[in-house]
Design a protein around this ligand. Structure first.
Ligand code: FAD
Length: 765
């Protein structure tokens, strides 16, 4: 029997949602914005037009999440972003060190589903803006074809994190597309004349070895003549996924409205490449390979950029300009691509790095003319040149977190985005961000509610005085220059003794360097040079003495220049805030070990000195006389939770059998919440897909710890921590005169370290 049609009306089912903040776009910017706001008590509606979250980081596109760490290929030390994106990246590498993109989807979905304040609408495309009063947005509407439902979302605040800026576009927000002329902002890397040229889209494929021969018959639309791609000789049977980022197209088209056309043309290219690999006869090792996955949604790089009260430019990036309203930072290179993409004979990209990270001001994160519209992700207020740096996903996520916190603050005080520029509100915003783990260069958290920083006396069972990194590691030939990055000053730098294997009589050249800006880690100032004659012989102690005294605290570089007659002994010991560097080039993000831009493009010439990835990257075996005292217990309340110009960490003596910190108050205090920040290795980029990582836990991060009150009662304990930031809400607030934090060293060769301890009387201060 046929059922009678149940409805008489043929209008779409419509559901109305009332929220405090509507976030459109569930890429990393929108996702991190929504999570941040929701954790601050904001009722968030997150609308995403696709089935999963993550945008270009999702399994639909499969890009690795990167930011200021830039694949470890620049001089931005300890520059992973912090906050929600850090929690996600650390968790991803713990669960998914192999970089399976499906697991990235699952993790993002889990994180959002865990927030009761988030209403998540997947498969829902926003297509309409309902105008409100005085140019504001009253609501947005989105359609979900899976449920044939129209959603109307009302809120006082909106965040456009949609990549193409659908909300900004429909609401009349001022925007730009294409490259500005050099004269507009005085950006010397910009083209002489403004142009419509854009960065294009890309589609990727994954291949898999099936263990037996696989035949491939290309679809009729596949590109037949691979030589139409000028760089076709670069294709090989081993590279797939986002390693082929340069399979790019569409920069000369309309990257908003022509996306379906661009996708078809990219499919032609992708299947054409695979046809070439399988059927040209040039790749016998591709015999057993099959095409496992081809992208169906192109990754978009550039379309609209919206105007805020400040437009980020090349000057902000290269000069690392200070902004009083800094709320996030960037650090990827200015990375522009030829608009012809894969059909260009030119290199796939030109990347120019700055000497350090740069602050991103809050004024770039809201529309200058739509009063209740925040901007997050690649659409923030930036020139084409600055966008070429700020567009990477960890930077977008960090910006998203700033917007989430700003929306919470607006909600608390009944304000709109621009109102937060009042100095008192801005200070509150920066405080809220630092509290939740966001790193903002140059800022330290001075939290009036924090009982640890304001009122506790801090002591420790021991403090590392770095006298030795023992010579128990491999020997390292000095075929390329090597340096130790060590905390220095104020005062003279200690005598440093290395152990050298010397093949023939020679001279060792050592230099003491530092960075022209104390917050940077680019060794662009050579303070002293020593030339030390060496006789042939194994395992010789060689002492380098420098006369120079440092006027302030900053990192010093003890550099040993290349000499093929010398090998230096290394150490297995790894210490928070101490790194070995190599003067080298990372071909993924640079063309040589010295950045040498053409004259007149407004970019600096400098050397790259970078750590090598673990399991390599051993410290040099070293004795320091007098020992370095840069790891004091009081660092845990200095308001900075990663190394900057100083270590900012308490590090215990490696010989300490029971390392612990003690916080003491003159009178009992009530504590309901304790936050502890361990070392999740902010230097490591933690690429989310494809690459794979040798470890699931960051080696500096403490796994086991417990908290005790003044009566020795255990308040909290963890046996299996792998996150940097640990928030402990006590079952019942405790009255105590002291807090003892007992920690176990994370490894035999890694002493225990803590960056930050904060205590609050309230569970949610
Ligand atoms: C090929 C390629 C290579 C790149 N390489 C890297 C790299 O190696 N590392 C890196 O970090 N970055 C890289 N980038 C840059 C980076 O991926 C983007 O700039 C970044 O994804 C922007 O983040 P977002 O959150 O603003 O946008 P997206 O990641 O694009 O997310 C926006 C989301 O909004 C959704 N959306 C769009 N319209 C609507 C609508 N109307 N309604 C609801 N939802 C909507 C989209 O589906 C999408 O999921 C690359 C980009 C491309 C394309």
């Amino acid at each position: 029997m046929l059922l009678a049609p149940p409805e008489t009306s043929r209008a779409l089912r419509t559901i109305r949602h009332d929220a405090d903040l509507v976030v459109v776009g569930g890429g990393l910017a929108g996702t991190c914005c929504a999570i941040t706001a929701a954790r601050a008590g904001v009722r968030v509606a997150l609308v995403q037009d696709r089935p999963v979250l993550g945008g270009n980081a999702s399994s639909e596109v499969r890009l690795w999440i990167l930011g200021a760490t830039s694949h470890l290929g620049n001089n931005n030390r300890w520059a992973r972003e912090g906050g929600v994106i850090d929690e996600i990246l650390v968790e991803n590498v713990f669960r998914n060190p192999e970089g399976n993109p499906l697991l990235v989807d699952a993790l993002l979905l889990e994180k959002v589903a865990a927030e009761p304040n988030i209403t998540l609408l997947l498969n829902t495309a926003v297509h309409e803006v309902v105008p409100g009063e005085a140019g504001a947005i009253a609501a947005v509407r989105g359609f979900c074809p899976q449920t044939s439902t129209l959603h109307e979302l009302r809120a006082p605040l909106f965040c456009d994190a949609s990549g193409d800026g659908i909300v900004g576009f429909l609401s009349g927000a001022a925007f730009r597309q294409g490259a500005e002329s050099r004269d507009e902002f005085g950006e010397r890397f910009a083209p002489a004349l403004a142009s419509r040229e854009l960065l294009g889209h890309s589609l990727y494929f994954y291949s898999r070895d099936t263990g037996r021969p696989v035949r491939f018959v290309p679809p009729a639309f596949a590109l037949k003549d691979i030589t139409r791609i000028p760089r076709w000789r670069q294709f090989n049977s081993r590279e797939h996924g986002c390693k082929l980022w340069w399979v790019e197209h569409g920069g000369l088209l309309d990257t908003v409205h022509d996306t379906e056309r661009i996708k078809w043309e990219l499919w032609q290219v992708v299947y054409g490449i695979w046809h070439h690999i399988k059927n040209s006869g040039r790749f016998p090792d591709a015999e057993n390979l099959t095409l496992e996955w081809v992208g169906t949604i192109p990754g978009k790089r550039e379309s609209r950029r919206f105007e805020g009260d400040h437009i980020l430019t090349q000057h902000d990036v290269v000069e690392q300009r200070h902004h009083a309203d800094a709320v996030a930072f960037g650090g990827w290179a200015i990375d522009v691509h030829p608009p012809e993409g894969v059909f260009s004979a030119a290199p796939g990209c030109t990347q120019w790095h700055a000497k350090g990270t740069y602050p991103i001001p809050y004024r770039c994160l809201y529309s200058r003319n739509v009063p209740n519209l925040f901007l997050a992700g690649r659409i923030i207020s930036a020139s084409h040149v600055a966008f070429a740096s700020s567009r990477v996903m960890a930077t977008c996520a960090h910006v998203g977190q700033a917007v989430g916190a700003a929306a919470a603050l607006c909600g608390r005080h009944g304000l709109r985005p621009r109102d937060l520029l009042q100095p008192a509100r801005l200070a509150e915003l920066q405080r809220d961000l630092l509290r939740t783990g966001q790193h903002i260069p140059g800022l330290q958290l001075d939290d009036e509610a924090d009982l640890a920083r304001r009122r506790a006396a801090i002591s420790a069972s021991s403090e590392l005085r770095l006298a030795e990194l023992p010579p128990d590691g491999p020997s390292r030939p000095l075929t390329t220059p090597v340096a130790m990055l060590l905390p220095a000053g104020p005062g003279p730098f200690p005598a440093a003794t290395v152990r050298a294997d010397v093949a023939r009589p020679t001279e060792m050249v050592a230099e003491l360097r530092h960075s022209s800006r104390p917050e940077n880690h680019t060794p662009d100032v050579t303070l002293e040079r020593r030339v030390i004659p060496l006789a042939a012989g194994e395992d010789q102690p060689v002492t380098v003495r420098f006369d120079r005294a440092f006027p302030d605290e900053r990192y010093a570089f003890v550099c040993f220049l290349a000499n093929d007659a010398i090998a230096l002994r290394c150490s297995e010991r790894r210490v928070t805030g101490v790194l070995a560097l190599t003067h080298q080039m990372n071909p993924a993000v640079a063309k040589s070990a010295v950045q040498s831009p053409p004259d007149g493009i407004g970019v600096d010439t400098f050397e790259f000195w970078q750590p090598q990835r673990r399991p390599g990257g051993h410290n040099l075996a070293l004795r320091l006389d007098p020992p370095l005292a840069a790891f004091s217990a009081t660092n845990v309340v200095n308001g900075v939770a990663r190394p900057t110009r100083r270590t900012n960490a308490w590090v215990a003596d490696p010989a300490d059998p029971a390392p612990h910190l003690t916080l003491r108050w003159p009178a009992p205090v009530a504590i309901a919440r304790v936050e502890i920040v361990f070392d999740p290795d902010h230097d490591h980029p933690l690429e989310s897909v494809l690459m794979g990582h040798p470890e699931r836990r960051m080696p500096f991060c403490i796994e086991r710890y417990r908290l005790l009150d003044d009566a020795g009662r255990t308040l909290a304990a963890r046996e299996d921590n792998h996150q940097g930031r640990n928030v402990l809400i006590l079952e019942r607030p405790v009255e105590t005169r002291s807090l003892r934090i007992e920690v176990a060293a994370p490894g035999a060769n890694v002493p225990a370290a803590v960056f930050e301890v904060r205590c609050y009387a309230e569970a949610n201060p």
